[in-house]
Every structure is written in structure tokens, then in C-alpha cells.
Design a protein around this ligand. Structure first.
Ligand code: KG4
Ligand code: ZN
Length: 351
């Protein structure tokens, strides 16, 4: 059974063909990073326009690369939300049209559930599992039970972790998206060079908050005259190499980056660990764009947790459509189909 997955919730237009819920036959991702980079973040109007431009060629390529003819498909899966409504609409409209014309079943997938299936579909994950979904839009802890029933245990009360990476990078003159740049430079700084404090949460202690940390970086920045080094970084071309960044980044700045990343990782892991204990988790899943972070992966390994920790493989960490097609497979088995009334939901909740 082959499912065509379509994902367009943010700044990636993606299509993939996945067989029987786990075998990825193709996964095509057209990134819009170069369109948005000069604005330091995603511009929703530009994103919708780029999705419109890319959706047809991206789907065509996904079919071609998987040697799949339209008539070989068993279903079409599409991201319903959460995300940018104008972006979601492009994928949904296209998927609906395809389903209507070709008579395929249509399956609506929550983007967050997609991130969880990016891991579940490729690894021997035992349930109940604790899933930490950590991306540009989310920092959420879910309990994953049998039959993929989810329970929300904690979430960020302000910025998502990826958003904090992006904002700190932008403040200090690094390019968008900031996560990969801070990740690349952190090994060159002292993670204890700038002592940031961990957030204390009133109420649900499994919730996250990154605004205090972000403000602490802002105060650090305001206490210095960084105009020259920031100008030097902004003058670099679109995708500087490690060596190019190092030339224009003094040790003190490397230390603040490393300390910031160290603090985010500590926040993520300590709450993930605490929630995993609470639900007697048999596995820990860490997924979403920030799951690419090398420091986070190393720290999770070093923590020697009493259950296995699973991360998505490289291509499945950031937004893609293979995870959408994979998440649709159990829904297909349960007969959970969408119809032509399917609408984009910017704030769709998983649980
Ligand atoms: O999952 P994703 O592609 O899109 C959303 O659903 O948000 O995640 C994108 C986010 C961005 O904030 C980006 O800075 C962050 O993931 N990210 C990283 C790394 N790679 C991507 N953050 C930290 N370290 C990385 N290596
Ligand atoms: Zn995502």
C-alpha cells in the first residue's frame, strides 16, 4: 500500500511516497530558506506563493523517484495543521483535487503527529513512549500510548526552542535559520562561559519557558558594543561555512552561543526525563527540527537514561512529507478518512 504524503505547513513544500507506513520510496523537499533568509524569518505571503510554485513539480518528482504511477497509490495524506494557514491551504487544496479527480481516499494528518511518526515508523519504539517534539513552532511533551493515543504533558508557555535559537541568532547577526548555525559554532565556545539560569515553572512543572533565557541573551548583548562584529557577520554571503563564521565571531560570542545552547538542552532534557519517569515510559522520542542538534543528541546519549532514546534520521528531522505519509498509515487501517470539507487549521492540537 503506497501513500502519497503532502506537507506545506511552513516553509518547505514536500511530497513523499511511503509504502506500508515505513518504507520511504521517495521524499522530496523544496526548501524556501533562501527566499526567507534575507528577512530573518518566514514571511507568510511569500511562503504561500512559493508553495504554489513548487507543489506540482515536487509531487511529480516524488512519484517519479519512487517509480510510482498515480494509479498505484492507495491514498493521499496531507498536513491539516498546525502551521501557516495560507501555506497549509496550498497542500490541502492540491490533495483534495487529486483525491476528488482520481477517487483516492484522503487522510488528514496533524503535523506534530507527523514528527512523532518520523521516529516511530523507522525504529522499534516501545509504548508507552514519551515524545518531545521540538521545532520552530513547538516544544511539547506527549505521552504516546497504544493505537497512537496522545496525552499532552507539558508545552512551552512562550517561545518554542527552535524559535529561541532563531531569535538569538538573529539578534547576534547570524543567518536564518539560527539553529544549525548555533549548533555548528557551539563546540568552539565554553558552555559555562555565561552562566544562564534554568527556568522555574509555577503550576505545571513540565511546561517550558524560553523567554527568560532570550532576555538574558539580550541583556548580555546590550552590555557590549557589538556593532562591528555583527556588521561583519551580516556582510557574509547567504550560507557561510564554519571557517567564515569563526573569522567574524570573537571568543566571547562563541561562549554565549555555547552557553545558550547548553541551557536549552538542559531545559529540554530535564523535563523530558521527568515526564518519561511520570508515565513509566519505555522509550523516549525526540523529534522536530531541533532534534538535528548535535549537542542535544550527545547530551541525550551521555545521560544514560534507563530507556532507549530515538531521534529521527537526518532527512526526517526537519519538515518533510514522508513523516506525513507514515502517520497516515495507521489512520488508513482504522478507516479515518477526511472528505472535501477538510479545512486548514492553523492551531490544530494533537491532544
Ligand atoms: O521541524 P522544523 O523544520 O519546522 C517546524 O515545524 O518548525 O524545525 C525548524 C526549526 C528552526 O527553528 C531551526 O532553527 C531548528 O528547527 N533547527 C535546529 C537545528 N536544525 C534546525 N535547532 C538547533 N540545532 C539544529 N541543528
Ligand atoms: Zn515541523
Amino acid at each position: 500500500m503506497r501513500i502519497l504524503g503532502i506537507e506545506s505547513s511552513c516553509d518547505e513544500t514536500a511530497a513523499a511516497v511511503v509504502e506500508d507506513g515505513s518504507r520511504i520510496l521517495s521524499s522530496v523537499v523544496a526548501s524556501q530558506i533562501s527566499t526567507h533568509a534575507r528577512y530573518g524569518g518566514v514571511v507568510p505571503e511569500l511562503a504561500s506563493r512559493e508553495h504554489l510554485r513548487s507543489i506540482v513539480p515536487v509531487v511529480r518528482l516524488a512519484l517519479e523517484q519512487s517509480a510510482t504511477r498515480m494509479e498505484d497509490l492507495g491514498a493521499i495524506a496531507v498536513t491539516q495543521g498546525p502551521g501557516l494557514v495560507g501555506s497549509l491551504l496550498v497542500g490541502i487544496t492540491y490533495a483534495k483535487a487529486l483525491a476528488l479527480v482520481r477517487g483516492f481516499p484522503l487522510i488528514a494528518v496533524n503535523h506534530i503527529e507527523g514528527h512523532i511518526h518520523a521516529v516511530v515508523s523507522q525504529n522499534p519504539v516501545e509504548l508507552p513512549a514519551l515524545a518531545l517534539v521540538v521545532s520552530g513552532g513547538h516544544t511539547h511533551l506527549y505521552e504516546v500510548r497504544e493505537n497512537f493515543v496522545y496525552r499532552l504533558l507539558g508545552k512551552t508557555r512562550d517561545d518554542a526552542a527552535g524559535e529561541a535559537f532563531d531569535k538569538v541568532a538573529k539578534l547576534l547577526g547570524f543567518s536564518y535559520p539560527g539553529g544549525p548555525v548555533i549548533d555548528m559554532l557551539s563546540p568552539y565556545g565554553d558552555p559555562h562561559g555565561v552562566p544562564f539560569t534554568l527556568a522555574k515553572m509555577k503550576g505545571n512543572t513540565l511546561d517550558f519557558s524560553f523567554s527568560g533565557l532570550k532576555t538574558a541573551v539580550l541583556r548580555w548583548y546590550e552590555a557590549r558594543d557589538m556593532a562591528n562584529e555583527i556588521a561583519a557577520r551580516r556582510a557574509l554571503h547567504l550560507k557561510p561555512t564554519l571557517e567564515e563564521w569563526l573569522v567574524v565571531t570573537p571568543q566571547e560570542t562563541l561562549d554565549v552561543l555555547a552557553s545558550f545552547q547548553y541551557t536549552v538542552i538542559s531545559e529540554l532534557l530535564r523535563r523530558a526525563q521527568k515526564s518519561a519517569e511520570e508515565i513509566y515510559a519505555r522509550s523516549l522520542i525526540i523529534s522536530g527540527g531541533v532534534a538535528c542538534n548535535t549537542g542535544l543528541r550527545l547530551a541525550a546519549e551521555k545521560a544514560k537514561l534507563p530507556y532507549p532514546v530515538f531521534f529521527p534520521s537526518a532527512g526526517l528531522s526537519t519538515d518533510n512529507a514522508a513523516m506525513i505519509a507514515a502517520a497516515a498509515f495507521p489512520k488508513l487501517a482504522r478507516g479515518e478518512f477526511a472528505d472535501m470539507t477538510l479545512r486548514a487549521q492553523a492551531n490544530l492540537q494533537l491532544a
